[in-house]
Design a protein around this ligand. Structure first.
Ligand code: ADP
Length: 442
């Protein structure tokens, strides 16, 4: 400021002095005065030009350098340039942070939609696009309620009680493949809301399975229990002769046995689900396992049919299988036991252990029983799924055998294959990978 004043006064003084020197003595005073005022105007004009250049530069908003030299305008230009640079950097940083934030929302496994005060879509992530079938180019700034027309959501939106979620079908939901979404609005700011959507299909299915399972177990236990209670009452209330008493006790033992098998299978399943995977370093002899299985299946056959069926066991070249002996035996015996139970007494059963190339091996149980219609095959490993309910019960089935086999197979890296032709018979096979099999020298 001092310099401005000095330069202003200095220029006027210099002009006055020059006029004083150059002009004749009579007109000196006036000429010097006019020269000083003129110099003052020139100074002010030049100053205004520099100020205007700065103003124009600011108006254009250009980032190019502006040379205004030293002095007030030069310093003002320099300070403004620095201020602008700082602002630009802050904007870039802010934009970067916003992009990071949006990328994090994109990575969310849940659908995220930002709605403005009028309920229009301001932004949504890819998962929300999948859940509701939104398209970025088409649906931004559209009313959410116009695009998602589910009546349950409409009622939820109208009620404006967002303390809980609403469950509605997803866009791709069909009767065959239902998709269920949990949707909740979270108000924020001035009338805006954050809408979160979550695919709960698997959770709902698991919950439904759990409910079905409990209902099935209760039903399976209640039936023999009711029969048992009936027999107990009969024994208590009726004067029976010894023969009748023995007959009733035999029937009661059968029901007790049925409940015992059910509880045993349930315990086996829960052990399979809850225990660590079987070791890949414990080796089980196939021949020994099949020998034990043969003895037990012949006994079962005699018990069920009064005589042993024709059951042929081929254990192939001596080999060992890596895994849990108890689990593998239970899987194999479940398959052979099913063949015995579902194949009539005069028909045959073939159990084979074979190599199928590239080191993999297959254990197959082939029967000549009734076979299974194709529509039942995919569901056979579901718990309590039975094709012929009474046949299963009459032969001591629990409906859990193939579920156990499937679990054991999975735990041993094996695959359960089912091939069946109604009226001809079925082949149940367990295919073990090469990594689980090793040959042994005899
Ligand atoms: P279950 O204890 O009832 O035999 P499983 O889980 O072992 O239960 O088998 C499920 C159903 O698959 C059985 O109820 C039966 O209808 C059918 N099934 C299993 N094995 C055979 C087979 N070898 N031949 C015909 N049907 C079979």
């Amino acid at each position: 400021m001092v310099w401005r004043l000095l330069s202003f006064v200095g220029l006027q003084a210099a002009a006055a002095a020059l006029a004083w020197v150059l002009v004749a003595p009579g007109a000196r005073v006036w000429t010097a005065l006019v020269a000083a005022i003129g110099a003052g105007y020139v100074w002010l004009l030049l100053d205004a030009v520099r100020g205007l250049r700065l103003l124009n530069w600011l108006r254009r908003g250009e980032s190019t350098e502006l040379a205004l030299g030293q002095g007030l305008w030069g310093e003002a230009a320099e300070r403004m340039r620095r201020l602008l640079r700082t602002r630009e950097r802050q904007v870039v940083e802010g934009e970067g942070k916003l992009q990071d934030f949006l990328a994090a929302l994109q990575a969310s496994p849940n659908g995220v939609v930002l709605l403005d005060a009028q309920g229009r879509i301001e932004w949504f992530n890819q998962m929300a696009g999948v859940h509701f079938g939104f398209d970025v180019r088409r649906d931004l700034l559209q009313h959410f309620g116009n695009l998602v027309r589910d009546p349950e959501f409409a009622a939820y939106f109208a009620e404006r009680d967002f303390s809980h979620d609403v469950v509605m079908p997803g866009r791709d939901s069909t009767n065959a493949i239902p998709v269920r979404l949990s949707v909740q609005l979270h108000p924020y700011g001035e009338g805006r809301s954050l809408l979160l959507s979550r695919d709960i299909t698997a959770v709902e299915q698991a919950e439904a399975m759990r409910r079905d399972f409990v209902a099935n177990v209760s039903h399976e236990i209640r039936t023999p229990l009711t029969v048992l209670a009936g027999f107990v009452e009969t024994l208590q209330s009726l004067p029976l002769d010894e023969e009748e008493r023995q007959r009733y006790l035999g029937l009661m033992a059968q029901q007790a046995q049925r409940m015992q098998s059910l509880v045993n299978d349930l315990l086996t399943l829960s052990r399979l689900e809850g225990s660590p995977l079987p070791s890949a370093h414990d080796w089980v002899s196939i021949a020994a396992m099949l020998r034990a299985c043969e003895a037990e299946s012949l006994e079962l056959s005699r018990l069920l049919w009064g005589r042993a069926q024709s059951i042929v066991f081929e254990s192939g070249p001596p080999c060992e299988l890596a895994g849990s002996q108890a689990e593998l035996y239970s899987a194999v015996f479940n398959l052979v036991g099913n063949a015995v139970r579902y194949t009539p007494a005069d028909k045959s059963i073939h159990v084979r252990w074979q190599s199928v190339g590239n080191g993999a091996c297959i254990l197959s149980v082939e029967d000549t029983g009734p076979g299974i219609a194709p529509e039942h095959v995919p569901r056979l490993t579901e718990r309590f799924y039975r094709v012929d309910r009474s046949r299963s019960r009459d032969t001591g089935g629990t409906g859990l055998g193939l579920a156990i086999v499937k679990h054991v197979a999975q735990r041993h890296g094996a695959e359960l294959r089912i091939d069946s032709t109604p009226g001809k018979g079925s082949v149940f096979s367990l295919v073990f990978p090469a990594s689980r099999v090793r040959g042994i020298a005899t």
